[in-house]
Write a new protein. Structure first.
Length: 497
């Protein structure tokens, strides 16, 4: 024996339903050939009855670091053209990289297959096949995990907080890519000595895939994007109303409605949806079209880092994405000003997670959800609500087999008072005392006679988030399977649907 070598194998952290920083990335990337599956990940998949497929296709894979992702997947193998040798980076791998670079600690990656070539854009038939893999036909899924595909795998990840689809803009782009001509070279100036003179040499022209125009959407494609985003959100909310979806707003083609006024082209609205814009220009341009990156991966990392450092209720606005030098297209100055309350719903900073240049570099200018209701527009409040719902579901699963009655009501009220007390002590709720910060009731006044006859338990919660909005009231119903249903969903449809 010539020596010993030791290798530290990563472990998969156990699920923590009360976490609010874990992301699921759904999209297309290349499985790295010959790379075995780490034992911890193989064990995690086996315990949850996922198939141990070497291709890791259509199964969620827990990832705790960029190095783990890079060992399993090759994010630099997207072909530039079908049958060609030139390759580019895929959007899924770049989003995962930005997530971990900006503060993320844990993610799941759901690989739907290999990425398609950059050129040309997808035909309608191929696009339909990819969309079916992402969003399976309506009604095909049952309550059994084996029948779930694509975005539906999010239902089984108890500690999940938000979902990203980085390839969606490129998937729906319908314009042929245009290779812009190189900028004319500046005339060569004879070399002379000038103190503190700037460089007179022109920048080298972009090469390879960076000369290809980034995916841009026409008016018809933008309408299709709105429809797909709405359907994705509704599919997630069917069984997981606590999940937020983070999407990058697509770039708009010239002379389109979105190019003239982005707010008018975006019709999908929900508090459980966060839309990031504009696209980012990294200091070291990756091998993608025009060197531009969708901002959803960076946003997810900044949000995860803010949640881990300061809690779910705090805003991530003001944070700076790492390695970003500029944004494209740059928002006009008037769009960055704080709007009047009457115009907030129609302002970029009031509707989107907006990145913008500042004297200190590019920063997240606003951290907003896409809700139509002002009370639910602060994304930190929505994240706090999702965290509370996951905690409530955990409480419900422990008490589902208890007989209905006053003893159970008292136990539920006590458990939720303990949960909200911890939130108040951590600074997530506002109030000089616990009584000012929240109120919990579970008695005959919270349930109808029909609820009592069918053994249904309803808990009413009222709390004041650490934000400039009024008190929020919600009712939670304990379902037969231990799940928690929002009883008054119709009254606050924008928050849960």
């Amino acid at each position: 024996m010539f020596g010993l070598s030791f290798q530290t194998l990563p472990t998969v952290e156990p699920a923590h339903p009360s976490r609010a920083d874990i992301a699921l990335f759904v999209g297309w990337t290349t499985r790295r050939a010959g790379q075995p599956l780490p034992p911890a990940i193989a064990k995690w998949l086996h315990e949850r009855r996922y198939p141990l497929d070497a291709a890791l296709r259509d199964v969620p894979v827990p990832i705790d670091a960029w190095s783990t992702f890079d060992a399993l997947f090759d994010g630099q193998a997207r072909p530039l053209a079908a049958g060609g040798a030139a390759a580019a980076d895929d959007y899924l791998s770049l989003a995962v990289r930005d997530f971990f670079a900006n503060g993320g600690r844990k993610a799941y990656v759901l690989r739907l297959g290999d990425p398609w070539p950059v050129l040309p854009h997808l035909s309608a038939e191929v696009r339909a096949v990819h969309l079916a893999a992402l969003l399976p036909p309506e009604g095909a899924a049952s309550w059994q995990r084996e029948s779930w595909h694509g975005i539906e795998h999010a239902w089984a990840l108890d500690d999940l907080s938000f979902v990203l689809v980085p390839d969606l803009p490129a998937l729906l782009a319908d314009r042929n890519a245009v290779v812009p001509p190189d900028a004319p070279a500046a005339p060569v100036v004879p070399e002379v000595f000038v103190e503190c003179a700037p460089s007179l040499q022109p920048a080298p022209p972009a090469a390879g895939v960076r000369r290809v125009a980034a995916p841009r959407l026409s008016d018809e494609a933008f309408a299709a994007w709105n429809d797909i985003a709405q359907r994705l959100r509704e599919r997630l909310a069917r069984r997981r109303r606590d999940l937020m979806m983070l999407l990058a707003l697509p770039l708009a083609a010239d002379d389109t409605r979105a190019a003239r006024r982005l707010q008018a082209a975006v019709s999908v609205r929900s508090s459980m949806l966060q839309l990031a814009t504009p696209w980012l220009q990294p200091l070291r341009p990756p091998r993608v079209a025009e060197g531009l990156l969708p901002p959803d991966g960076a946003l997810a990392g900044l949000v995860a880092g803010s949640v881990l450092q300061r809690g779910a209720a705090r805003t991530a606005a003001g944070a700076a994405p790492r390695g970003v030098r500029a944004v494209w297209p740059q928002p006009p100055d008037e769009a960055l000003r704080t709007p009047d309350p009457a115009q907030e719903d129609d302002a970029l900073v009031g509707r989107f997670a907006l990145f913008a240049p500042t004297p200190d570099g590019v920063r997240l200018r606003s951290d907003r959800s896409a809700s139509t209701q002002r009370a639910w527009r602060d994304a930190g409040v929505v994240r706090l609500l999702g965290q509370l719902l996951r905690t409530a579901r955990q409480v419900g699963e422990t008490l589902v087999f208890e007989p209905a009655g006053e003893a159970l009501w008292a136990r539920l009220q006590g458990r939720f008072e303990q949960v909200l007390t911890r939130y108040w002590q951590a600074g997530a709720l506002r109030g000089a005392s616990a009584a000012e910060a929240f109120d919990v009731r579970c008695d005959r006044s919270t349930m109808t006679q029909n609820d009592l006859d069918h053994g249904r338990v309803v808990v009413q919660l009222s709390f004041v988030p650490q934000a400039g909005i009024e008190r929020i009231r919600m009712a939670l119903a304990l379902a037969e399977d231990g799940g928690v249903r929002w009883a008054d969903a119709d009254a606050v449809e924008e928050s849960v649907a």
